[in-house]
Design a protein around this ligand. Structure first.
Ligand code: SF4
Length: 399
């Protein structure tokens, strides 16, 4: 297939014909599956995989335009963003996930470990710059235990009581509970008791054991991730959901992963959003040592399909789908908002992890830029909370 710029141009030409014309122009299985989503029927893993394998430009255009149509029907034209700051409290870790270049072993010249005073200071700075959330994750430092995570939340809440804490993946919940020798439920409750707010649904990468054993053999198994995320939801804690794709995974894994998230959501209703994260390969051991067996991240076309297919598969269950300006760059993230997504993510203020793996973007994205990029595609920008309550709709050009 051609260059992504040509593909985008041809999608835009086809978009101008409208959904009904495209539906009548595309026959066969693709239009049947897409039609199911349009009328609210569920798409299976096999059907999702089929859509991920589309190559024909008319079929691709139909997929993107249908996803955009469903987005408009289900969540309207508002594009949301959250003002937040990442606080990656330590990169010291001995888990050695192959895709991660953020971690550093103890004693390494890149290794760092923020003090509680530094975490408090960063929280205050974030609040003074308009942030409503601090997003906190870190390496599995061998010397910390569950009390450290509790202390982090207490520190943030003491510094700025109103600050929303979005922190600790299911792996960190597992680690915290294990190091204290208590149940995961009890550890989640301890975090709740000190005022913790939401968890990121990261550390899943791809919910498939064959894939995980290769890319992150020392991380929690798929069933443990699922168990912990459900426990968090059942304790009343919301989480995001993510996928990290474009390495050794295939369209089958993507469709299966999305279907697992959908099943969890049917049971718990605890996911706030779905966040596709492209694998950034350049400085990672997984890519450098793979002798060509690991892909250098998803193609641009894969990314468009991820937004569109997830919008169709998650319809009625997870309605917020987030682009990643850090990993995609602002322009491509903007186009992805016309392929099924409705959320721009966070301003972040600093973002160490993607940059460590070789991403060009990261650090800080001003809210005015989110608003400008949103208006350029004829949509309405709005600032939201972590849990998608609208703080302010910017419906005037001068906002
Ligand atoms: S992804 Fe997390 S657990 Fe894995 S090596 Fe990196 S910091 Fe450690």
């Amino acid at each position: 297939m051609e260059d992504i710029k040509e593909i985008i141009q041809r999608i835009e030409e086809n978009r101008s014909y409208g959904l009904d014309t495209l539906l009548s122009r595309v026959n066969g299985k693709t239009s049947q599956i897409i039609y199911k989503a349009l009328v609210g029927e569920e798409i299976s893993v096999e059907e999702g995989e089929y859509l991920f394998n589309i190559e024909d430009i008319d079929e691709l255009s139909l997929l993107v335009v249908a996803a955009d149509h469903i987005r408009r029907e289900d969540v309207g034209d508002v594009v949301t963003y959250v003002i937040n700051r990442n606080i990656n409290f330590t990169n010291i870790c001995n888990v050695w996930c192959g895709f991660c270049n953020f971690m550093a072993p103890e004693g390494d010249e890149r290794a760092y470990f923020l003090t509680m005073e530094e975490i408090a200071q960063k929280t205050i700075e974030a609040w003074e710059n308009g942030a409503t959330e601090v997003c906190m994750q870190g390496g599995m430092h061998p010397d910390i235990d569950g009390r450290f995570y509790i202390e982090v939340i207490k520190t943030v809440k003491k510094a700025v009581p109103q600050m929303h804490t979005h922190a600790f993946s299911p792996f960190e919940i597992y680690y915290g509970a294990k190091t204290l020798n208590i149940s995961e439920e009890d550890f989640i409750q301890m975090l709740k008791d000190v005022g913790h707010n939401t968890f990121p649904g990261t550390a899943a990468e791809i919910l498939d054991e064959e894939v995980r054993r290769i890319i992150a053999p020392r991380k929690i198994p798929t069933e443990v991730w699922i168990r912990i995320i459900k426990k968090a939801h059942k304790a009343g804690m919301r989480t995001t959901s993510t996928i990290m794709y474009g390495h050794i995974d295939r369209p089958y894994h993507w469709a299966k992963h999305i279907a697992i998230l959908r099943d969890i959501q049917k049971e718990t209703g605890g996911f706030t959003e779905f966040v596709p994260l492209r694998y950034i390969p350049w400085n990672t051991r997984l890519y450098r040592h793979s002798k060509g067996k690991v892909r250098p991240g998803p193609t641009d076309l894969d990314q468009l399909k991820m937004y569109a297919v997830s919008r169709l598969m998650l319809r009625g269950w997870i309605n917020n789908i987030q682009v990643s300006w850090v990993k995609q760059g602002p322009q491509f993230a903007q186009f992805s908002l016309t392929a099924g997504a409705n959320d721009f993510g966070g301003t972040l203020m600093e973002e160490h992890i993607s940059r460590a793996a070789g991403a060009n973007h990261g650090q800080y994205f001003p809210p005015e830029e989110f608003r400008r990029l949103t208006r350029e595609i004829g949509r309405i920008p709005a600032q939201r909370t972590t849990t998608y309550d609208i703080i302010k709709v910017f419906d005037k050009e001068t906002d």
